[in-house]
Ligand binder design. Structure first.
Ligand code: CA
Length: 352
């Protein structure tokens, strides 16, 4: 065989091989905690999958299954861990019953705001701590979109003193519910579909959900006019989960495309929800001008902060890893909050 022919064959071999490699499609399945219409949460999952597909020229094909399909909204971590699904879109604090150390990666009462928390995740060591906590579950975990500050909830009556909280029946799940319980609130957990009815029939006196963007469809503003400002979920961050084996066997470029798509989809959910909140609030206010936006009084806030501190001390007493995560957040908050106050806070205060 002549040298020329050998060279041609060699080049065409390289070309064919690279062509084949380029065409290999990696198919992943992702389970979400959300139903198909739960905007903006489900949008973050769908946007991520669409971005990863477009950026990879179709080589990364992620099928998104909503909770209506897999029927296990709170089984997402187990399904990704067990390999039934490669990925999940959910929220870290849903796993606090299985592993309390997962709690701080969503939002902590009186904790970081969304920009502060993203700064902690990506520049303050938060992302590394999240992998440390999730290593024993054989998954990687990434931020999956922030709701920003959640509202404190809808109350039928105004809350003026600590006494007004005693015996108050309120739906407020998770860690915030434990704080409220310490203040004498009768905390209940009711399925989302029954919330409106429970409030309307006085089975509960108050409830918290998210913020205008998602509250408006629930209709709480029609029956409980006191809308309290937030303290308990200042930056609830959704979560992308990936089975470690599934991620590790992806080619390096697809791993990077996946990381970038998750990061961008998360940020996009934050600003989408910001826009939805602004729009929904204008609609609510127009339809029901008697909604009163209120802030809990300083004695109530102080009592809640004290209860929060006591609960954190109890939780971390024999748990060095949880202490490490919460100490990291706390130290970061101390540093970043000073900047937030002299920048955004003073700007907003002086430019009403
Ligand atoms: Ca909430």
């Amino acid at each position: 065989m002549g040298n020329f022919l050998k060279t041609v064959l060699f080049i065409s071999l390289i070309f064919t091989t690279s062509l084949v490699a380029k065409e290999k499609v990696y198919k992943l399945k992702m389970a979400t905690t959300w139903g198909p219409t739960l905007s903006p949460l489900i949008d973050a999952a769908n946007n991520m999958a669409a971005m990863a597909k477009a950026l990879s020229n179709g080589r990364l094909d992620i099928r998104v299954d909503t909770a209506n399909k897999h029927k296990s909204p709170l089984g997402v971590l187990d399904m990704v861990k067990g390999g039934q699904y490669d990925m999940g879109h959910t929220a870290s604090y849903y796993w606090k019953g299985k592993d309390i150390n997962t709690l701080p990666f969503t939002s902590m009462p009186f904790g970081l705001t969304a920009p502060e928390q993203y700064a902690w995740f990506y520049h303050g060591g938060g992302l590394e701590l999240m992998q440390k906590v999730y290593a024993k579950h054989h998954v990687y975990s990434f931020p999956g979109g922030s709701t920003g500050v959640q509202m404190g909830g809808w109350f039928r009556k105004e809350i003026k003193t600590l006494d007004d909280l005693k015996g108050l029946k309120m739906r407020i799940p998770g860690f915030a519910g434990e704080i409220m319980a310490k203040l004498g609130v009768q905390v209940t957990n009711i399925a989302p579909g029954e919330l409106f009815n429970s409030l309307e029939t006085n089975a509960i006196d108050a409830l918290e959900w998210v913020g205008p963007s998602m509250d408006i469809k629930m209709g709480f503003h029609k029956i409980a006019p006191y809308y309290y400002t937030g303290w308990h979920e200042p930056a609830s961050e959704m979560q992308f989960l990936i089975n470690r084996k599934a991620f590790d066997k992806l080619p390096k470029d697809l791993q990077e495309i996946l990381r970038v798509s998750m990061r961008l989809a998360a940020y996009d959910m934050y600003i989408q929800n910001y826009d939805m909140n602004a729009t929904a609030w204008q609609e609510m206010k127009k339809e029901y001008p008697n909604i009163k936006v209120k802030t809990l009084s300083k004695p109530i806030m102080d009592a809640m902060k004290k209860a929060n501190q006591e609960l954190i001390e109890q939780m971390t007493a024999n748990n060095p890893l949880l202490k490490e995560v919460l100490d990291s957040q706390h130290a970061y908050l101390k540093k970043v909050r000073e900047w937030s106050k002299m920048s955004d806070y003073l700007y907003l205060k002086d430019n009403q």
